[in-house]
Design a binder for this molecule. Sequence first.
Ligand SMILES: [Mg+2]
Length: 184
Amino acid sequence: MRIALDLDGVLANTMSMWVRLWRERTGREIRLEDFDEWSSWKYLGITEREFMEIMNEAWRRWRYLPPTEENISEKVSKLRTLGRVDIVTARPRETEEYAIRWLEHQGIEYDEYVWIRDGRSKLSLDYHVFIDDSPLMAEDAAHARKLVLLYDQPWNRSFRENYYVRRVRGLEEAYTILRRLREA
Ligand SMILES: [Mg+2]
């Protein structure tokens, strides 16, 4: 089984750092739950570019970037018992070295780090399953006939599951689903 594992929002809790940086810069408080849409930056009165710039700054502080879950390295290792696990991300290349250092720092083992220019075209890559938090990918899953395990986050919560998209509340649940699939 070939598994594509996303980085931001699935392994790295980048948005918790984003919120911190936003507070530092503007003095304004925002909660993670307020990001209830993929394009939530619109409501902050900033552009996508400004939003991404703060994301990149969050990665420059990779040492302080928390994982999304406890024991993340063990959970990824467990997924690897099912097949090949690549980290597949559209994260800007300028932050790639921080991302790779972070993965190492967290003790996360994977097969390959795969960069793709446009996150939305991930589904065209040769994987059986994508573990991702992007509701845009979830929208495209049926058309691409690819399985997406949608990693539960405030910004994808309004997406309704379907034949191709299953919501998971953690990597453990992703493992359980995939193990069953493999046995079926
Ligand atoms: Mg993501």
